[in-house]
Structure formats: C-alpha cells, structure tokens
Design a binder for this molecule. Structure first.
Ligand SMILES: [Fe+2]
Ligand SMILES: [Fe+2]
Length: 454
C-alpha cells in the first residue's frame, strides 16, 4: 500500500526533485489596464472573527486500531490517527467557546479518504453548526479518490471504497457547497459570503481529476487553466462589488522556508509565484492554508505593484502541536492571529502534548533512519542524525522556530565519511527548516492595510 509520506521524513537525504511546471495563461490583470485600475481600490475588510482548523485527518476507529498492519501504518505516521475523533471532539469544544463567527477547514478532512471517516467528520462539524458557527470546507489531497482507503485486519490492509468529488460535495453540502454564491464547474472551488462585505474564496487545488485508476494519491496541488480563469473572474467580481476577499486552499501559495519548492514541490501549489501574485493583485491579503502540517505564517510582497499577502499555514489538528487558530480582523484592518493548542484529550488527560510530540518524533525518526541507512550510514550514527532531523522538523511544525545560539542544525564533528557526504548535500535544508521566514507564526497581529505586523 502506498501511503502519504509527510514533510520532514526525507529532509536529510532524498535528492531534490523539481516538478515540471506548465505555465498557466497570463492573468488578464497583467495586460488589462482597466483591471489594474479596478484593483487599485482596496475594499476594507469588515470586522470579523473566525477560526481555522485544518488537516484533522479524521479516521473512523472502526477501520481498525490494532494488529500488525495498523501498527505498521501508525509507526511511520507523524499523526495521531487513532485519536483523531477524540481530537476533533476536543477542538470543537474549544471553538464553541472561541470568539469566532465561522470556521474554516482547508482540507485533509480525513486520513484514508473512506466514506465512513468522511461521514464521521461531517457529524463533528455539524456540532459546530448546531452551535451557530458556520463551517466551510474544501478538500485536501487525502479526501477524494484516495488510494489510501483501507481497513485493517491483522496483518492485512484491505481496500475499501473511497469517495468521488461528487460525493464529497454531497457529504459536505452544508459546509459551503449548498449555499455557495458561485461554484467552479471545473473543480470543487466556490465563493461564499460568511459575513456581509467579506467573500471567502474556497479553492480546490487537489489533483484527483484525470487520475488514472486508484493506485496513487497525488500529494501536490494545482489549479487547472479553467479554474485559474474562474478564480480571476470571481476576483474581478469581488472588486466590482467592493467585497474584501480572503482565500482558503489546502496547498500553500508561497514557500514557507527557503528552498521548500525545490525540495518538496508537492507542498507548495504548482506555479505558486503566479498563483500568489494573482490573488494579491486583487487584494487578497489573507490566504489560509494547511497541508505541510506546520504552524507558519509567511508574507510575500511584490515591489513592482506594491501588493502583498500573508499565507497563514496552520498545523494539522492531528499532528503535534495540534493547533488551531482564531483570527480577529478589526476596524483598523489589523488581523489578530492567536493560536490555541489542545491541552488534553479524554484518553490523555495529563500527557497529551508529550504524547503527540513523541508520535511526531518517532515517525520522523523512523522514516529518516530508514533513508539514512540506504546511504550506508547505520547504527547509533544513523539514529543520531535522524534525531537531529526530527528536532528540526518538530521545531518547524511548532512554528516560531529558532536554532539555539551556538548550535549547528546538524553536528558534523566525528561523522563517518558516508554520513559526512550525505550531510553536505542536505545540511542547508535542515538549517533552512530552523530559519523562520517573517512574520511570527503563532501569535501576531497582521496589518492588512500596510503588510506590516507586530
Ligand atoms: Fe494533511
Ligand atoms: Fe495534505
């Protein structure tokens, strides 16, 4: 069974593979002066409060939570799949009491993409709506036509039915699809107006369309030319109607550390420079993303146009540190971003953060050790290098990462020759994971008028 491999697992030694990128058609904005004039007027964001939780990777425990096959899956995972239902319940309890009028969930609603898990997640989200908080979802790469839809029985992982795009929009009809203002005929993207004056551009970047069979799940994201055209149409419509726009999309639209697109092209949307420039051109200044399971906010600016946007990537609810965000935009156009972390779940009343961290560390360490071993490094030396990779991964996923003064990202003293050679290839990447791009990641106030922060 092919499983999704998550970000930090190949940090150290996998060669970089840059995906071939077809250039999309030039946005009309670039050549049409009237659109530039239109977009020169920046609609003010209304005062609004909302929450973001993403990548819950919901997993129906009835698919199995023990046995050799499940244990094998869990050992290589960074996530708390077995606990995802409890985590969702706890997060929903927190959001119910948060100062948030609506909730965004940008994808990877389930882990295996099976129908039972989707229905379970929908039931949890319905609790929020029953409490008066409207929920908006879009799919992530785990959700539609998933190759990972299995149940576990002893040492077997048995294929079960996944869901189609049409089924996704049915199961989540009440979470954005049934009352969308506009729907993209070419994807599951839509526009909603969660509050008067604010449009939510909910964008489906997943690559289930045109996939051959069900033998692989495509991790990377992209917009088709049709969807890109639809996005620009909607942005023009928003500008004409004087609506402020936020966007949510599973795949980030900017790099969240230097070199990310080269090392992990599937974790930044294809043609990300053009996609982010298009959104920013029409004054989308907040983009809510997930996918990399990291708490990371990165700003991109375009000096030639004076435009900017903040890509607010939120960590996975099911991956340490199990965060969610509450964002309050005030009348002064300042967006106060606050991070909440789950202190406990019912089955882990005392040790939940440590338990979640141990799962992330063991998943990264196991995967990294396996890769290091391929390069002829073994034993304690391989474990030691893997532990340093895990340390960087944990720091990056938690956000506001900063390498302690005087410490290297990778300790090179005393390495064997194969290990030293491998480290020369990848130490820049591990170092980059430690170097946070501005602004801060967890608690920060973003100025949506100027692009500054405090
Ligand atoms: Fe995810
Ligand atoms: Fe994802």
């Amino acid at each position: 069974m092919k499983r999704i491999i998550y970000p930090a697992l190949c940090v150290l030694l996998i060669p970089a593979v840059v995906a071939g990128c077809a250039r999309p058609p030039l946005p009309r904005y670039e050549t049409d002066l009237t659109l530039r004039v239109l977009a020169a007027r920046v609609p003010a964001y209304p005062e609004v409060n909302f929450a973001v939780m993403t990548d819950p990777h919901g997993y129906d425990p009835q698919l199995g939570t023990d046995g050799q096959a499940f244990d094998h899956y869990a050992a290589g995972s960074y996530m708390l799949s077995k606990d995802s239902a409890e985590i969702l319940q706890t997060a929903i309890g927190q959001i119910k009491h948060a100062n948030a009028g609506f909730v965004l969930v940008p994808g990877d609603l389930t882990d295996h993409g099976d129908r039972a898990s989707h229905e379970l997640v929908a039931q949890y989200l319905q609790q929020l709506q029953a409490g008066g908080k409207k929920v908006y979802v879009i799919p992530g790469n785990h959700d539609i036509d998933s190759a990972g839809a299995v149940r576990y029985a002893g040492n077997l992982a048995l294929r079960i039915r996944n869901i189609t795009a049409a089924e996704f929009s049915q199961i989540y009809a009440g979470f954005g699809y049934s009352d969308a203002l506009y729907s993209d005929p070419a994807s599951l993207s839509y526009v909603a107006e969660p509050q008067p004056g604010l449009w939510l551009l909910a964008l489906d970047s997943c690559r289930y369309r045109g996939k051959v069979g069900e033998e692989e799940t495509l991790i990377g994201g992209r917009f088709s030319p049709q969807t890109l055209g639809w996005i620009e149409d909607r942005l023009i419509g928003a500008a004409k109607a004087n609506k402020a726009v936020i966007a949510m999309v599973h795949h980030p639209v900017v790099e969240h550390f230097e070199g990310q697109a080269g090392e992990f092209p599937e974790f930044v949307i294809e043609n990300y420079p053009a996609v982010s420039r298009l959104l920013a051109a029409y004054n989308v200044r907040l983009v809510l993303t997930g996918h990399f399971h990291a708490q990371d906010i990165t700003e991109k600016t375009w000096p030639d146009t004076g435009k900017f946007l903040f890509d607010v990537e939120t960590g996975s609810l099911a991956t340490y540190p199990c965060p969610l965000r509450v964002i309050n935009i005030g009348g002064s156009q300042k967006a106060a971003v606050r991070t909440l972390r789950l202190p406990s779940i019912a089955s882990h009343p005392q040790d939940f953060p440590a338990y979640a961290r141990a799962q992330l560390e063991s998943g990264v360490t196991e995967n990294a050790t396996g890769i290091i071993t391929i390069y002829g490094v073994a034993g304690p030396e391989a474990q030691n290098l893997a532990a340093q990779v895990a340390r960087a991964a944990v720091a990056h996923l938690a956000g506001d990462e900063k390498l302690p003064a005087g410490q290297p990202a990778i300790q090179e003293n005393g390495l064997s020759l194969p290990a030293w050679i491998g480290v020369q290839f990848k130490k820049g990447l591990v170092d980059s994971l430690w170097r946070d791009l501005p602004p801060p990641d967890n608690d920060v106030t973003l100025d949506l008028r100027t692009g500054g922060w405090q």
